[in-house]
Write a protein that binds this ligand. Structure first.
Ligand SMILES: [Zn+2]
Length: 123
């Protein structure tokens, strides 16, 4: 089993509905997203997936979040845009993008500050 990790950043605003504190108010973060993918087979270059291609696929998902007010876009109109739920969203979308390459997303870690991160993984 091979694993690759890449990190991308995006900026977005959110508010946490029903949160009993200041995160209830509109504010922004510079989010950092760590993505780890895994697979068994290397290509003839000895790569699981080219980092450049992996980053392109991650960025396709990140573009759906970057510089948005997350509460106004799907799926966060009805799901609170916490770091946990953002990680799960990225995990699902990226898995769809990578499925036909024989590569699975292992985990997505979303940092909302330099000290606070949430991980989503399955299995
Ligand atoms: Zn926040």
């Amino acid at each position: 089993m091979y694993e690759l990790t890449t990190i991308v950043d995006f900026e977005a605003a959110h508010r946490l509905a029903d949160y009993p504190g200041k995160c209830n108010r509109l504010h922004g973060h510079n989010w950092k997203v760590e993505v780890t993918v895994a697979g068994e087979e290397l290509d003839n270059l000895g790569m699981l997936i080219d980092f450049r291609v992996l980053k392109q696929e991650v960025n396709k998902v990140i573009e759906t979040l970057d510089h948005y007010y997350l509460n106004e876009i799907e799926p966060f109109r009805t799901v609170n845009p916490t770091a946990e739920n953002i990680a799960k969203y990225i995990y699902g979308e990226l898995n769809n993008h990578l499925a036909d390459r024989g590569i699975a997303v292992k985990l997505v870690k979303v940092w909302e500050s330099s000290h606070s991160a949430a991980v989503y993984q399955e299995g």
